[in-house]
Each structure stands twice: as structure tokens, then as C-alpha cells.
Design a protein around this ligand. Structure first.
Ligand code: C2E
Ligand code: MG
Ligand code: MG
Length: 581
């Protein structure tokens, strides 16, 4: 038997060793250390069957010594060796999970050995009781009480890290029939197999529990998107629906899964479990073998995601998309100096869907990549068509999202589109958001450089809303900063907003960048921006985004007219007249 003796008194150690040696038939391998630190280090490498512990050590004393050993290895039994006989203290220390208390020099090798054996036995039964209190005997999974504690801890972690948890409540659909027709043994086997399937289809950190009967639960920490939780839910359903072989006969069980999300669906353990349970019942009512989120909003959000994703896929071929163009006005010359192409979707059933309601879905589903090439191509074709009509369009800008920009062959495809359509690269501008550039600055710099070498102009859109690092602005080959419309709308309302606009403009001037202010709606905003040296304006004050055919009427006047001398109302009326023709 291997024992670790933690004893700083060499004489006491020698005494004990002597005792064991003299007694025939005792086979104890004594490993001796003289400090708590050495003991803890030893436990990290090697686990003895027993620790014989003197509480008063050079680097620790009393209960602390015992607790440090327990922390180092909660599974090892401890017998305390004390220099004096103090019954009260003995009881206290036994209450703290130490298995026995012996007074040194009392007793012989035999009694000490018996104490060691009892201590080991006592530890074993404590562990067994502990196991029974925390785990389900049939499946070996956490029981309800233990799961409850685990959720509580996970919630605390999630709060600190500001993360989302997903709780899956799982109920087997036809378990009762199996139990009633094939008997309890078969039922047990189905439950054990369900537990195993859940273990196999989850990741190492996920917590699985059997809550009772045919109810199981899984807790997953750090779920990013709702869709991730959904995917996990379907994995669970899929895994459970695999056939189970019981006594040579295949049995099919399906399950219903309810999902609750922390913190959306509640922040306390009991309510979270209850909400997941309610969601599970809804899944059952929906026809079983399915899953359901607790909140209606979440469920419809997800349905909407899938429906929209599906519809986007078809919408290009069905020609449901078109571009609209919003004029940009040179604030000095008051002339039209460019257009921003904005995507529009006319859905045959749902009507016009706003970009904010479908672009993010196109981005996360990847559909933005083909759609993005289509947008660039359309913009180039329009450029060409106008030029052939003799209309000199000064410049056209297109919004580019991260997944497009991150395609390794993006620049090549863009070049190919320019060649095919014959559009002049210098007239095409890409608007990129700060976040996109800051994600991976090195590769972003490479991408920007390649686009720049084609001849494109590059703008940072919604500037000021992300976390830009100014030193990168210098490194990136950028031509334009677009001041986000949230700052523009603050002009006249908040001095902070005004200060930000003024700071962006002056910074851009220092870096030799052009500034475009987007979302100009009032004369006051216009005057402020122009007064601070902003170069270009865009917004409802001048014109809303309009269809290409409405724009054509507007070009000659807007570009060549001497009549637009004053910006503001006149320009807008002029532009709107064009639009309304
Ligand atoms: P963005 O690039 O910042 O576009 C400007 C948005 O502001 C447009 O909204 C435009 O209609 C709106 N806007 C223009 N002037 C005013 C104004 O005076 N007041 C107010 N309140 N709003 C104004 P829209 O068309 O709904 O587009 C929203 C966003 O969707 C765009 O923001 C852009 O991020 C994205 N988006 C639009 N079209 C495309 C596209 O073709 N490709 C990509 N990747 N994203 C696009
Ligand atoms: Mg834009
Ligand atoms: Mg913008």
C-alpha cells in the first residue's frame, strides 16, 4: 500500500517508519515529505492510497493543511496525526471531511493500520453516497439536483463573460409504449441507450442530465447565434432517432426538444428549466419529433431566417432584386458627384423587404457572395449604359460585405466583371465597413491593395461606429470616409455628435481623405457639415434612393446645369423634379 506521510518532525517520521518495519506482514510503502507545498506537489504527480497528515507544518497549520490536501486531490482519504489529544478538535476536523484522527505515540502499528483501512473504506462509501446524490444510477448521467447546481455555476460564468447559454429539455416521444409493451427491462435499456446517444452527439464541455423518467436535459455554454442552438437541437433529435437494438429487436424512439436561452428566457435556474419544459410541450403538441424555442419571438425569428434564406436563394433567378441609386452632391460645386447603389428586394408575397431585414441573412448564409457579384455587375452595366447614352456619371459606389471581401479570388472576379462590362474601374467605388477591415488587418490590407491596383476607389462606410484604429487608416489605401448617419442626425441635437462630425472631417483632411456625410435631412445639418469642410453630402434632403430610369431624367440637369447654384432646397427641388417626371 502506498502512503504519503506529511510530517515535518523527523523523529516522529522515524518513529512511524520504525513501527511499521517491526510489525511483520505490513506492506506499507511510505513516501515522506516535510511541508504542505511538497505534499501538494506530490499529489499532483502521484495519488497514494492514504495521506497521513501532521496538521502543523512549517508552511501551514490546523484545518488549512487538511483543506489544502483535499483541494489537491478530493479523492484521497486523510488520517490526521496529532501531537495532542483534543476531542473537540477531532470532531471538528472529521466534520470537515477528514476520515480519521490519531494521536501520535498512541497505539501500535496494528491499530494505526486498522485506522488506515477504515479511513479508506469510509472515503469509498462517502464517494458512493456522493455519487448517488449527484448521478442517476441507471444512466450514470447527472441527476436533477446536480444538474441544477451545474446550471447555476454556468449562469454565473455566462454573466461574467456576457455569453448565452442554451438549455435543451428532451422528452422521449413514445417511451411509455415501449415500457408498457416490452417491459421495464427493455425500457431501461432504451433509457441507457438514449443517454449514450446524447453523450455521443454533444461536445466534451456540454452537461447532460437525466431529470427523471424519460426526461433528459442538455446544457450548452456559449451559444453564439440562435441558429447554433437550433443546429444542436436537431443534432440531439437526429441522434436519438437512430434505431436502438433491445434484445436483438430494433426499437425506434423519437424525442421532442424544448429550448430556453439564458439570458433571454430568464436568468434563474428554475425558471429556465421550466421554460425549456414548456417549449418541449409545445414541440410535442406540434406533432413530436421536433424542436421549439421557448419564446414566440425567437421561434418566429428563426422561421423568418429560414424562410428568408430560402427566398434569397431563388430571388436572383426570379429577378426580384434591383438596384436603386442615391445621389451624392458636391457641397462646394453643388453638383451631382456620384451615386450609391442600394439593393432593393420586391418579394412577390411579402412586398418590399428592407435591406436591414435581409442583407444580414444573406451575409450569414453566404448568399451575399453570388448576390454581391450580381450587384457589382449590375452597377457596372448601368455605368456603361449611361455612358453610351452620353451621360457622364461621375462615380458609382457599391456596398461590399465581409464574406464577399474575404473571397480569395474577389479581386480577380471584380476585374473580370469590369472587363466584361467595359466599365471604367476609376468610376467604381467600394464601400466597406470598419469592422470588416479591423477583423484581420493584415489580410485586409492585402485585399485593399489588390483592389486599389485594379484602379477602384475605396471608402469606409458608417465611419465612427466601429472600433477603428487610426494608425490602420494610414496604412490602408483608402480614399473616402463616410460619416455615419447617426452622427449627422445628432447635429443640432447633441454637442457630442457635432464634435464627432467635426473631428472626423478634420482627421480626414489631415490624412488627405475625402469625406462624405450620409443621411443629411436638414438645412442645419448641411450648413454645419459644409461649414466644417465636409466635401460631399448624401441624404433625403437632396434625394431618396431612386430607380435607374428615374435618374436618367435627372442627370443632364444635375450634372451640367448652371441653375443649381444653391444647395439645399433648390437642389432638392431640382432633383426631386427630375425624379418625379
Ligand atoms: P449604408 O451603406 O450606410 O446605406 C445608407 C442607408 O441610409 C440606405 O439605407 C439609405 O437609404 C439610407 N439613407 C440615405 N439617406 C438617408 C437619410 O437622409 N436619412 C435616413 N434616415 N436614411 C438615409 P438602405 O438602402 O435601407 O440600406 C441599409 C444598409 O443596407 C446599407 O447601409 C448597407 O449597409 C446595406 N446595403 C444596402 N444595399 C446593399 C448592397 O447592395 N450590398 C451590401 N452588401 N449591403 C447593402
Ligand atoms: Mg453604404
Ligand atoms: Mg452608411
Amino acid at each position: 500500500m502506498k502512503a504519503l506521510l506529511v510530517e515535518d518532525d523527523e523523529n516522529d517520521a522515524a518513529l512511524l517508519r520504525g513501527l511499521f518495519k517491526r510489525q511483520a506482514g505490513i506492506d506499507i510503502e511510505l513516501d515522506h515529505v516535510t511541508s504542505l507545498e511538497a505534499a501538494v506537489n506530490r499529489l499532483a504527480i502521484d495519488v497514494p492510497e492514504i495521506v497521513l497528515l501532521d496538521l502543523n507544518l512549517p508552511d501551514s497549520s490546523g484545518l488549512n493543511s487538511a483543506q489544502a490536501i483535499q483541494n489537491a486531490n478530493p479523492d484521497v482519504p486523510i488520517v490526521v496525526l496529532s501531537g495532542h489529544d483534543d476531542e473537540d478538535f477531532a470532531i471538528e476536523i472529521l466534520n470537515h471531511g477528514v476520515q480519521d484522527y490519531l494521536v501520535k505515540w498512541e497505539g501500535n502499528a496494528r491499530t494505526i493500520l486498522r485506522a488506515i483501512r477504515y479511513a479508506i473504506e469510509r472515503k469509498r462509501s462517502e464517494q458512493h453516497l456522493n455519487y448517488l446524490a449527484h448521478f442517476d444510477r441507471l444512466t450514470g448521467l447527472a441527476n436533477r439536483q446536480h444538474f441544477h447546481d451545474q446550471i447555476e455555476k454556468a449562469i454565473a460564468r455566462a454573466k461574467r463573460a456576457k455569453r448565452r447559454l442554451a438549455l435543451f429539455f428532451i422528452d422521449l416521444d413514445n417511451f411509455k409504449i415501449v415500457n408498457d409493451t416490452l417491459g421495464h427491462d427493455a425500457g431501461d435499456k432504451v433509457l441507457v441507450s438514449a443517454g449514450k446517444k446524447l453523450e455521443q452527439c454533444t461536445r466534451a464541455g456540454d452537461m447532460i442530465a437525466r431529470l427523471g423518467g424519460d426526461e433528459f436535459a442538455v446544457l450548452v455554454e456559449d451559444v453564439g447565434e440562435l441558429r447554433d442552438a437550433e443546429a444542436i437541437g436537431y443534432n440531439l433529435l437526429h441522434a436519438l432517432s437512430d434505431l436502438t437494438e433491445v434484445d436483438g429487436r430494433p426499437i425506434s424512439v423519437t424525442a421532442s426538444v424544448g429550448i430556453a436561452i439564458f439570458p433571454t428566457d430568464n436568468c434563474n435556474v428554475g425558471a429556465l428549466l421550466k421554460n425549456a419544459d414548456i417549449a418541449m410541450y409545445q414541440a410535442k403538441e406540434n406533432g413530436r419529433n421536433g424542436l421549439r424555442f421557448f419564446t414566440e419571438e425567437m421561434h418566429s425569428e428563426l422561421l423568418n431566417y429560414h424562410r428568408t434564406e430560402n427566398d434569397i436563394r431563388k430571388a436572383i433567378d426570379l429577378q426580384q432584386f434591383h438596384l436603386e441609386f442615391q445621389p451624392k452632391i458636391d457641397l462646394e460645386s453643388h453638383e451631382l458627384c456620384g451615386l450609391e447603389a442600394l439593393l432593393r428586394w420586391n418579394h412577390p408575397v411579402r412586398g418590399r423587404i428592407a435591406p436591414m431585414d435581409f442583407i444580414p441573412i444573406a451575409e450569414s448564409s453566404g448568399h451575399i457572395v453570388p448576390l454581391g457579384y450580381w450587384i457589382i455587375e449590375q452597377a457596372c452595366k448601368h455605368l456603361q449604359a449611361w455612358q453610351q447614352l452620353g451621360i457622364a456619371v461621375p462615380q458609382i459606389s457599391v456596398n461590399v460585405s465581409a464574406p464577399q471581401f474575404q473571397q480569395p479570388d474577389f479581386h480577380r472576379k471584380v476585374r473580370a466583371i469590369l472587363e466584361q462590362t467595359g466599365a471604367t474601374p476609376e468610376l467604381l467605388e467600394f464601400e466597406l465597413t470598419e469592422g470588416l477591415l479591423m477583423e484581420d488587418t493584415d489580410s485586409a490590407q492585402g485585399c485593399l491593395q489588390r483592389l486599389k491596383s485594379i484602379g477602384l476607389r475605396l471608402a469606409i462606410d458608417d465611419f465612427g461606429t466601429g472600433h477603428s484604429c487610426l494608425s490602420y487608416l494610414r496604412r490602408f489605401p483608402i480614399d473616402v470616409l463616410k460619416i455615419d448617419k447617426s452622427f449627422v442626425s445628432d447635429i443640432g441635437k447633441s454637442s457630442d455628435g457635432e464634435a464627432i462630425c467635426a473631428a472626423i472631417i478634420s482627421m480626414a483632411q489631415n490624412l488627405n481623405l475625402e469625406t462624405v456625410a450620409e443621411g443629411i435631412e436638414t438645412q442645419e445639418q448641411l450648413a454645419f457639415l459644409h461649414g466644417h469642410g465636409c466635401n460631399i453630402g448624401q441624404g433625403f434632403l437632396f434625394s431618396k434612393p431612386v430607380r435607374a430610369d428615374q435618374l436618367q431624367d435627372l442627370f443632364p440637369g444635375a450634372i451640367h446645369s448652371d441653375s443649381i447654384k444653391s444647395i439645399g432646397d433648390t437642389t432638392r427641388i431640382r432633383l426631386l423634379e427630375g425624379v418625379c417626371k
